[in-house]
Design a binder for this molecule. Structure first.
Ligand code: 6PG
Length: 256
């Protein structure tokens, strides 16, 4: 199922989008905890998720359930820049500043990539081992309850950039790659791990994403599929939460 078949949720603006995405995360967390005793979620990087993170923190302060410090919730990141957690570019740092510094979930529930280490490959393999341990995959493909993704204007997801060998990685779950323009080292979930999730949710906002979103949602994809179009959950849900600016259309009649 490609992006064209994703469940599309169009919100009137970024604030409404953040509220809808936060409600979806809480709903899926409650369902996972109730049915499986645990919720495993990988957060997206970049700047778009900040509004979602602030909304989650605000909901937590208002008593929303489940609490974000619930020890049955395990937090991961679907990609990371090879920088220290307090670096302005850190995806972990974005979530830490927006949510976790105040909420303080148990440290055993917050699984950060050791992105500042000298040996990046070792950090990637250590993260794979953590994922396999926490998700109790027992040698099978680990299955996240939810993996959040952003969308790059070039169609990249996580740090899977067009023409990058990492896009075609068929065995590993986390690999080291690099940004095509800056060459900066990155860590990223691979497509086999992403496509094994119970749900993959895109969070896309702003007029700048309209062209790439229109291309991804078009009936036929001309040319090579973009990494975002290779996000095709085998058994999971595929949702795309967008604001009206990115969608280039008014919000759904019954949309948030
Ligand atoms: C990252 C992200 C990346 C991001 C997109 C969209 O580490 O940068 O994981 O895939 O989601 O580039 O970024 P914006 O939200 O900043 O537009």
């Amino acid at each position: 199922m490609t992006m064209r078949r994703a469940q599309l949720v169009v919100a009137r603006d970024q604030a409404t989008l953040a509220k809808a995405a936060a409600a979806e995360l809480r709903r899926r967390a409650a369902e996972a905890i109730s049915s499986r005793g645990r919720f495993t979620v990988a957060l997206a990087g970049g700047s778009t998720p900040r509004a979602l993170f602030l909304e989650l923190a605000d909901g937590h302060a208002r008593g929303a359930r489940p609490r974000l410090d619930d020890p049955r919730i395990h937090w991961f990141w679907s990609d990371e820049r090879a920088v220290a957690p307090d670096h302005p570019e850190s995806n972990f740092g974005l979530a830490w500043n927006a949510i976790f510094e105040a909420v303080r979930p148990p440290t055993a529930c917050v699984h950060r990539i050791e992105a500042e280490a000298d040996d990046l490959e070792q950090s990637a393999r250590a993260y794979e081992a953590t994922i396999e341990r926490v998700l109790e995959s027992n040698g099978m493909r680990p299955v996240f309850d939810v993996i959040w993704l952003g969308l790059g204007s070039d169609g990249h997801v996580a740090s899977l950039f067009p023409e990058s060998p990492a896009v075609f990685e068929a065995r590993r779950h986390v690999v080291v790659t690099q940004h095509p323009q800056t060459g900066a080292a990155r860590f990223t979930f691979t497509l086999p791990l992403i496509n094994a999730a119970r749900a993959v949710i895109f969070l896309v906002a702003g007029e700048g994403k309209r062209p790439v979103l229109a291309r991804l949602l078009a009936p036929e994809i001309a040319g090579e599929p973009l990494p975002a179009n290779l996000v095709q959950p085998e058994n999971g849900d595929l949702l795309c939460f967008v604001d009206a600016e990115a969608a280039g259309a008014p919000p759904d009649r019954d949309g948030p």
